[in-house]
Write a protein that binds this ligand. Structure first.
Ligand SMILES: [Zn+2]
Length: 235
């Protein structure tokens, strides 16, 4: 997941690959390669394989700032979040085997926390068809928040459901933290006893996946549990 905007903060390779993949389609491969090169990013837009490296946030944001006007002012964070989901069909069965949108989303949100150096995403409210997730990363960006939101919004599609994510408050808009409400249409038959066995297997898979991710990112991973800063003044 992407990091905050300034200084030495970094962005995970999955985000950068997704950005490259989207720009390759939207702008064409030559222009995509050129904007990455201009920002000093060594990313080949033709290579959309798994990338476990970290990239400097300022370089990634330089690409975003450069090309958003060319794209008609689209929200490149959200488009990148969608692309992140599309690029990893190999792990979709694992999420689906968790048995419900609810469990799959909680796992995806948690994995997002394991792959960034900012404070973890925290689920502060949950119901059968919604989750509320808070991030206390103090210097997040519109790009980072958009990528997270749209990535999470895709997860219900694994269960033939439609998801929406709204960011009710955001540090970029001057709020003390970011807060996302993820909601989805109910799925008939999900989360029943029949899923229990596969869910247990999947939890083991998720754990292994998280451990692998954490070990590869060990150098830069530092998780701190989020804490409340009081009520969002926009609510
Ligand atoms: Zn935000």
């Amino acid at each position: 997941m992407s990091e905050s905007g300034g200084g030495r903060s970094r962005v995970g390779g999955g985000v950068v690959r997704a950005l490259a993949s989207y720009l390759r389609r939207a702008l064409g491969p030559e222009r995509a390669a050129a904007v990455f090169a201009e920002a000093g990013l060594e990313v080949d837009p033709d290579d959309i394989g798994v990338d476990m490296r970290w990239y400097a946030s300022r370089q990634v944001l330089a690409v975003v700032d450069r090309v958003e006007p060319e794209l008609g002012g689209c929200d490149l964070g959200r488009r990148t979040g969608e692309e992140m989901f599309r690029l990893r069909p190999d792990i979709h069965p694992m999420f689906h085997s968790l048995g419900s949108v609810h469990q799959a989303l909680k796992t995806v949100v948690n994995l997002g926390s394991r792959t960034r150096t900012e404070p973890a995403y925290v689920v502060i409210e949950e119901g059968p068809t919604h989750l509320v997730v808070r991030s206390t990363a103090p210097r997040s960006t519109r790009f980072a928040c958009g990528a997270a939101a749209k990535h999470w919004a895709q997860v219900p599609t694994l269960f033939d459901s439609i998801g929406t994510v709204i960011e009710r408050c955001c540090v970029v808009r001057g709020d003390p933290y970011c807060e996302f409400r993820i909601a989805w249409d109910p799925v008939e038959g999900a989360d029943t006893e029949g899923y229990d066995a596969s869910r247990r297997r999947s939890h083991a898979l998720v754990l292994r996946f998280e451990e692998e991710y954490a070990s590869r990112h060990r150098k830069g991973t530092r998780n701190v549990h989020g804490r409340s800063h009081g009520n969002c003044r926009r609510l």
